[in-house]
Design a protein around this ligand. Sequence first.
Ligand code: R5P
Length: 295
Amino acid sequence: MEALLVIPGPASRELGLRVARHLKCEVIDVAFKVFPDGESYIRFNGDVRGSDVVVVQSTPPPQDSNLIRLFLLLDNAKRLGAKRVIAVVPYLAYSRQDKIFLEGEAVSINTIIKLIEASGADYLYTFNIHSIDIMKRFTIPAYNLSAIPVLAERLKYLGFSKAVSVAPDKGAVKLVEEADKVLNGGYGWLEKHRDRVTGEIRMEAKEIDVKGKDAVVFDDIISTGGTMAEAVKILKELGARRVYVACTHPLMLGNSESKILNNGAEGILGTDTIPGKFSSVSVAKVIAESLSKLG
Ligand code: R5P
């Protein structure tokens, strides 16, 4: 592999710098501004010709602007002669619209995939994608990394070793299987039903024993906090001693924090796939380790 260069995009500047530190590789600084009319401007302060270039740019809100910035970064790297362009998009926006739920809807993630590929990405890395099936829709090599082990390690450090790992729905069972390898307290899941039109959530506990035990709910994303708040409430009703919530992508919209904490959660943990108040766990090392395996 050529020496890697890291280009930290405006949505993931800190994470990009951390990845470069782990890889001990050079950083290409990006001059970035937004014009008065809202259009984005980027310029590379450095030469990428002939190098393998890692563009680190997540796509949290404002998703559409961050996506355009991602496309500009990828396309610029390609145009300026990068040998291979590796897109690291820790949070891939629009992943939740991955199929037709109501007739006539756009399958938004398919459009985003086409645009990432058309912008010049030769590889794609992301984290805990909403549905693994999305990865198969890329024509370039695409890798779904997991932040669950690093989240579980932090929870162990916070005193949640032997906690029961709980998935708020069947879709998250794979996450708790991974978490349990670190926490070793067993795992289980809840049944979630969401009204597609109103967004209202109903949850039922299936076979799960948390009475008198600590529990940690793991999910890919916290958006409005409705899912986690409901999961915390049920676990407390089932007699859990302490409940923590952890997710890879802490979108944390509106009053999500108070919704979750008011239902009795001890705390909320997330990663820097989306930087913010709940992003204390970094995925930089996970990215660096994966990139170093790229041939
Ligand atoms: C859905 O299946 C996802 O895994 C999350 O559970 C969901 O997107 C979280 O959304 P919210 O925080 O709005 O309930």
